[in-house]
Structure formats: structure tokens, C-alpha cells
Ligand binder design. Structure first.
Ligand SMILES: [Zn+2]
Length: 313
């Protein structure tokens, strides 16, 4: 059994308040009756790699962990570090602050498309975008994200706010010569059209890639990156695996989107960067290469997108 040597994950109950922003209490939020304990530590990767997209400001599960506990476990699993991603002014500030003091994290800052759509007016949205632009010039902020379009959760009459926000965020990434992390939910066509119209930044990443072979072909054509989350392990998502098989190896990244999108067989339980080995193993299987080769390639790609984790701290 692959995970027979898995060790039990220990969690603390008392979190220092500066080490997280919110607790996602799913039992209170939606009466979830799921197992909300953290999965066991998987067999570690032999070749270290990075989590391209995580939200460690959210403490989740029965016994929530703060970012330092996540990172300790991640190190035990062979994870070198990650990109801590903001989705609001508040979480972007937190991400930039933590990345400035924590060598295992770099930051991405942005207004999530669903956050952008909640602003009352364009003027208020622009004021928030100006805050993001200020953060984007900090040396440990290596990406603008997550920004993009989300037609799943936003009503049609409010998507103009998302569209405006997305275009402004693209400019901020270009002005600072840093990467762009795109959130694209049910909006492939408009995301691609926007990138082509406005001009994509040099390093453009589709976070939690959710497309098929058709979108993967477009990414390949333009040299855009696809970051695969735990969703690539879900049985029903053969189209994601087909897309992964088609992409050039230089454009492939891996992420957790923790605390969301926990890979199989732990779907529904809280996610954490230490679970990256499970997704990397699945990706190696799809690519028909060894997990060491897969991890090594992702590490190379990740550093090409965001730069060195050890710089500027
Ligand atoms: Zn995310």
C-alpha cells in the first residue's frame, strides 16, 4: 500500500491570531457532517517542489492549523514552499506581509472576481485596485492573482465589474513584470479573448486549470501555464487529464488551492500544501513519467514563473 507508512497529522487548537485571518467552520456554516479532520501525511516526494496556489490565511477543519503548521508539514512531505494567494485587499495585505517574513512563501495579490463584483460602484472598485497596485510592487509579491472571470457565481449584470477588474489587474502584472494568476470559472472564452485583446503578461498562469483539450491547445499556442489542482485526481475529470497529457512539459504547474479541492481519496476534507505529493503522483501517471521527473519539471517551471524563493528576504 502506497500510504501504509503515512504518519498521523497533529494539529494545534490555539492559533496565534496574527497567523491566520479566518476560520472556515464548515460545521457551523452549512451543518457539514463530513469528516473534517486533516488527512494523514502522504509518503514524501523525493524531489522537492512547490504549491503554486494556496490560501493559508484560512484556517479550516475540526482542528484548524495556521500557516506555520501547514508549512512544517509541507516540508515533511517534500514541499519547498508555495505561493500564498490573496483575493481581497485584506487577504492580499496579509499575503504580502507574511511573504516578507517567511522564506517558504511568496505572495500573489488581487481582488478575486467574485469580490470585485461585490463593489457598489466602479469608483469604489478602482480605489481597491489601487491598493492592490501598491502591494504588487513589493519584492516578495511575485504575482497578481487571483483575478479573472467567474460566471458560475456572479449574476450577468455584475460581470462588468469583474471584466474591468480583470483588465486592470493584467496591467498591474505587466507594469511590475510579475506573473498573472487567473481564476477562470465557466468563462474560458472571455478570459482568452480578454488576454488577447489587452495583451497577456509574459508569465500567465491558469490557476486550477479547468479546461479541456481545446483550452490546453490555446495555452500551448501562447505559452501560458496550466496549474493543476486536486481536481485532476477526481474520477469524472478525464478531460483535465487529457489536457494535461497534451501540454508541453514546460507549461505544467501544481497547486492545492487549499483549503479547497482536496485530492482523492480525501475529497471534502481540509486541504493543505502537504498533500501536493498525491496530485504530483497522479500527474506523473498521466504523463507516463516518474514522480521524480514530474516534481523536478514542476520545480523548474515554478521558479521560471515566480523567481527564486530565497531572494529578497
Ligand atoms: Zn484560490
Amino acid at each position: 500500500m502506497r500510504f501504509s507508512h503515512a504518519s498521523k497529522v497533529k494539529m494545534s487548537k490555539d492559533l496565534p491570531s496574527e497567523n491566520y485571518i479566518r476560520v472556515r467552520d464548515r460545521k457551523a456554516e452549512d451543518g457539514s457532517k463530513r469528516d473534517l479532520s486533516y488527512p494523514d501525511l502522504p509518503e514524501p516526494l523525493r524531489v522537492g517542489t512547490y504549491d503554486n496556489h494556496t490560501h493559508l490565511e484560512i484556517a479550516d477543519g475540526e482542528n484548524p492549523m495556521d500557516y506555520r503548521e501547514h508549512l512544517e508539514l509541507a516540508n515533511q512531505a517534500g514541499i519547498l514552499g508555495g505561493v500564498q494567494v490573496g483575493g481581497s485587499v485584506e487577504t492580499s495585505k496579509w499575503s504580502a506581509e507574511i511573504a516578507a517574513i517567511e522564506p517558504r512563501l511568496v505572495a500573489a495579490v488581487a481582488l478575486h472576481p467574485n469580490v470585485a463584483a461585490e463593489y457598489e460602484s466602479l469608483a469604489e472598485l478602482d480605489a481597491a485596485i489601487a491598493e492592490i497596485a501598491k502591494l504588487a510592487s513589493q519584492p516578495r509579491v511575485r504575482a497578481v492573482g487571483e483575478t479573472g472571470l467567474d460566471y458560475f457565481r456572479t449574476e450577468a449584470e455584475r460581470t462588468f465589474l469583474q471584466q474591468h477588474s480583470f483588465e486592470e489587474h493584467i496591467q498591474i502584472a505587466k507594469e511590475n513584470n510579475i506573473a498573472l494568476q487567473i481564476h477562470d470559472r465557466d468563462a474560458h472564452e472571455d478570459v482568452v479573448a480578454t488576454l488577447l485583446r489587452v495583451g497577456a503578461p509574459e508569465r500567465t498562469v491558469f490557476h486550477c486549470f479547468s479546461g479541456d483539450v481545446e483550452l490546453a491547445t490555446i495555452l500551448k499556442e501562447h505559452g501560458w501555464y496550466a496549474s493543476f489542482a486536486g481536481t485532476v485526481t477526481f474520477k469524472k475529470n478525464q478531460s483535465l487529464r487529457d489536457a494535461l497529457a497534451l501540454l508541453p512539459k514546460e507549461l505544467i504547474l501544481v497547486e492545492t488551492d487549499a483549503p479547497f479541492l482536496t485530492p482523492e481519496p480525501y475529497r471534502g476534507r481540509p486541504n493543505s500544501p502537504y498533500l501536493i505529493p498525491i496530485t504530483v503522483r497522479k500527474m506523473a501517471e498521466v504523463r507516463e513519467i516518474s514522480e521524480d521527473e514530474m516534481a523536478e519539471q514542476i520545480t523548474k517551471n515554478t521558479e521560471a514563473v515566480y523567481g527564486s524563493w530565497s531572494a529578497d528576504i
